[in-house]
Design a protein around this ligand. Structure first.
Ligand code: PLP
Length: 401
């Protein structure tokens, strides 16, 4: 007879198979058992046909990966512990010493910090290109260019580039193009099929998504994904992912699985309220410019319209204002501090509206010619009633008047 402790550990009871319920279940594991040494030696994990170790996947993470592929129109997916780690994973997997990476000047800031702070010291060079000038991108491609980042819309300033032309330019040169698809989220346009009606197949090679935002939807989970449609490219990402030991927590994966069914509805709600607020802000004299791709005067509006309006649609839940130069930094800060419903905080995609003032001078190579001078304030619109959010901005504007 084994001792009680041992029996509690090696208990003979096996619950019946076939449990069927709305959620796929939270499987937590570092260790995964093998029935034999032979199985241990031969087990294949890269194609999701089995399990080998918690880091390499569980039923929970496999289920999430497959749903994200469906969301973005990809075929393979790896999960990373944050959006930024997914960005870094792509860079570390596809770039080596002597290579060059091209990044739009309005890229997600930490992507630039990764490039300047880490990649550079490993002999990987970078160049920033003007997201609104495809010829600038074309002229910066060289023999050494191995990766091009694109972002639509751009971070903070929300310019919408000619994504189709950017991708065409990269394809002609045979350079991998990776989209940071956090804004579009798989709902505004299809990253792997940018021209569904006429020219099927034109799309990015990789899509990175900060699941922290709309897929999580709660402001309480950090996660990222890298989606591909090419098995060889996926394997390259997957091997680097494995070697770096990147994994996600089962509870976090379950949180995202739970939020995915409502994602399209939430995105639509964020979108509608954001358009209404951006429109209203456009009529306020304190703001020299309002940046939102669906506004006719916003940089790249025509590109947004041709890519998104005739496709699945959508314009996410972000807009920025450029506060006129006649107001001091202290006044702009007071405006942000006076907001009650818009909380001060980074990230977006959850129910609570957020606001961040930015110092664009420190973020861009030069002041973009399509932007008015002033202080940029970015609003991330949550799920509160639009009228309440508008009233909040209106009362805070008293601090500028
Ligand atoms: C938030 C964000 C990321 C990074 O996501 P984290 O999970 O916060 O690391 C990457 N790209 C874009 C465009 C983002 O908005």
């Amino acid at each position: 007879m084994t001792q009680l402790t041992t029996t509690l550990i090696h208990h003979p009871y096996v619950p019946p198979a076939g449990f069927d319920a709305p959620q796929p279940g939270i499987f937590k594991a570092s260790t995964v058992f093998f029935p034999s040494v032979a199985a241990m030696r031969s087990r294949e994990w890269k194609d999701k046909s089995a399990y080998t170790y918690g880091l390499h996947g569980t039923p929970t993470t496999y289920a999430l990966e497959e749903r994200l592929c469906t969301l973005e129109g990809g075929l393979q997916c790896v999960l990373a512990p944050s959006g930024l780690s997914a960005v870094a994973l792509v860079a570390l997997s596809l770039l080596k010493s002597g290579d060059e990476v091209l990044i739009p000047d309005n890229a997600y800031g930490p992507n630039k910090a990764l490039t300047e702070g880490e990649l550079k010291s490993w002999g990987i060079t970078h160049r920033y290109y003007d997201p609104m000038d495809p010829q600038d991108l074309a002229s910066k491609l060289s023999e050494r260019t191995q990766l091009v980042w694109v972002e639509a819309a751009g971070s903070v300033t929300l310019e919408f580039p000619d994504l189709v032309e950017q991708v065409r330019i990269c394809k002609r040169k045979g350079v991998h193009v990776v989209l940071d698809n956090t804004w579009g989220a798989g709902l505004a346009f299809q990253p792997f099929n940018l021209l569904p009606d006429t020219e099927s197949g034109l799309g990015v090679d990789l899509s990175v998504h900060a699941l922290t935002k709309y897929p999580s939807g709660g402001g309480d989970v950090l996660m990222g994904s890298v989606i591909t449609r090419d098995p060889a490219l996926h394997l390259q990402i997957k091997l680097t992912h494995m070697r770096l030991g990147l994994g996600v927590g089962a509870n976090d994966a379950e949180n995202v699985l739970r939020a995915l069914p409502s994602m399209a509805l939430r995105y639509q709600a964020h979108d509608q309220a954001t358009r209404a607020l951006a429109q209203w802000c456009d009529n306020q004299p304190e703001f020299a410019q309002v940046l939102h791709p669906a506004l006719a005067a916003s940089p790249g509006h025509a590109h947004w319209k041709s890519l998104c309006k005739n496709g699945p649609g959508g314009a996410a839940g972000l807009f920025s204002v450029v506060v006129d130069t006649r107001f001091t930094q202290a006044q702009v800060d007071a405006f942000c501090d006076a907001l009650q419903l818009f909380r001060l905080g980074y990230s977006w995609g959850g129910p609570i509206s957020l606001v961040v003032p930015y110092e664009l001078e420190t973020m861009r190579s030069g002041w973009p010619k399509h932007l008015a001078r002033g202080t940029v304030v970015r609003f991330a619109v949550g799920l509160e009633a639009m009228e309440d959010l508008r009233a909040d901005i209106e009362q805070a504007l008293q601090h500028l008047r």
